[in-house]
Write a protein that binds this ligand. Structure first.
Ligand code: F0G
Length: 355
């Protein structure tokens, strides 16, 4: 029986050689591409979700981190640093400990989901909660890596992009060609850059007949690319994409423009509705940021902008267990109250409406 060997080994032919000499892997990639009939029906298209929460640390970051840490290991690095809204720190911490490296993570104080914080701590990272937002953390991390013997493993590190482009390869491999439209949330804009690189390279190699149109979605309170200027104090419940000055901004615009796509904004309310549709109707539990792509698709559908019958793939980026509190609120914002029963079958049946 064949076991998936992680994205570097599986896609070595499409990756730079310096990634393949000291492979550090936790078996990332090979994630399910799940048909989403509930979404297909709503928007009148053929919709799939690429479930990146199934990666070893629960987000797409693992695809990039296996590459960044493998390259750092090949160079003999002893320590890595990253700025993070949470998922990058969880992933960096796991892959660094696997490689025997020290890992420092800079996160915005009080704005990180508990699951992600726990992961970074569990994997032995040194966690610094910075009095500032993600953008401040990234500036500091970059300066630290310039002045001290620590390697930066944020997505400004080109190895991260190389690893993450394998998400596009897997979609084409599963469908036999590129989808018509590819949808994803946009924060620091590394992933949209990586997917566009992957789709473009696969088409150039003759493994796809075309590239998809790319639709990216930012949270309305953190939508610098949509608004056209950096946001000093980004705000959204989708803390993973609470970013005001994305490092890969120009690359994101290139992916949008070369693909004939768009980058638009969705409100926190739209994100929470999409989050609920994904969990309750599709059967996939994601963190709020990961629902931004679905929120965008639903919004464009309501505006009559989804071509009927199009094949659409949405990457849902992180697992719902990272930040589970959002499931425990009603759409009106009230807390979901558990139904309490005594441990006898009659009261349980009554509570279930079975009699
Ligand atoms: N979805 C999730 C769950 C994320 O964690 C991120 C980014 C994104 C989407 C956006 O991806 O930055 O490549 O445009 N999280 C980073 C972090 C910033 O630190 O974990 P992007």
């Amino acid at each position: 029986a064949h076991q998936w060997r992680g994205v570097i080994t599986e896609y070595a032919d499409f990756l730079p050689e310096h990634l393949t000499t000291h492979v550090v892997t936790l078996g990332e990639g090979g994630t399910p591409l799940v048909p989403a009939p509930a979404l297909s029906q709503r928007v009148g298209a053929d919709v799939y979700v690429k479930v990146e929460g199934m990666n070893p640390t629960g987000s797409f970051k693992d695809r990039g981190m296996t590459a960044a840490i493998s390259a750092a290991a090949a160079r003999g690095a002893k320590a890595v640093v990253c700025a993070s809204t949470g998922n990058t720190s969880a992933s960096a911490a796991a892959y660094a400990t696997r490689a025997g490296m020290v890992c420092a993570v800079l996160v915005p104080d009080g704005k990180i989901a508990m699951g992600k914080l726990s992961q970074a701590v569990a994997h032995g990272a040194t966690l610094l909660q910075v009095d500032g937002n993600f953008d401040d953390c990234l500036v500091a991390a970059r300066k630290l890596a310039e002045a001290y013997p620590v390697e930066l493993v944020n997505s400004v590190n080109p190895d991260r992009i190389e690893g993450q482009k394998t998400g596009a390869f897997e979609i084409v491999d599963a469908l036999g060609d590129a989808p018509d439209i590819f949808v994803l949330p946009v924060g620091n804009a590394g992933n949209i850059t990586a997917y566009w690189k992957g789709f473009t390279e696969y088409a150039a190699a003759g493994l796809a007949t075309r590239t998809p149109v790319v639709w990216g979605f930012q949270a309305a309170g953190a939508a610098p690319i949509v608004r056209g200027f950096p946001i000093d104090e980004p705000e959204t419940i989708a803390t993973a994409i609470r970013i005001g000055n994305p490092a890969s901004w120009p690359q994101a615009e290139r992916a949008r423009d070369e693909s004939g796509g768009l980058i638009e904004a969705v409100t926190d309310e739209q994100i929470l509705v999409a989050h609920r549709v994904l969990s309750a109707d599709v059967g996939v539990f994601v963190e709020p940021a990961s629902a931004a792509g679905v929120a965008g698709l639903l919004a464009l559908s309501e505006a009559g902008r989804v071509p009927s019958g199009a094949r659409i793939v949405i990457t849902v980026t992180g697992h719902g267990l990272k930040d589970p509190q959002w499931a425990l609120r009603t759409p009106a914002g009230d807390e979901v109250q558990p139904v309490r029963v005594t441990a006898d079958v009659v009261s349980i049946a009554t509570a279930l409406g079975l009699d």
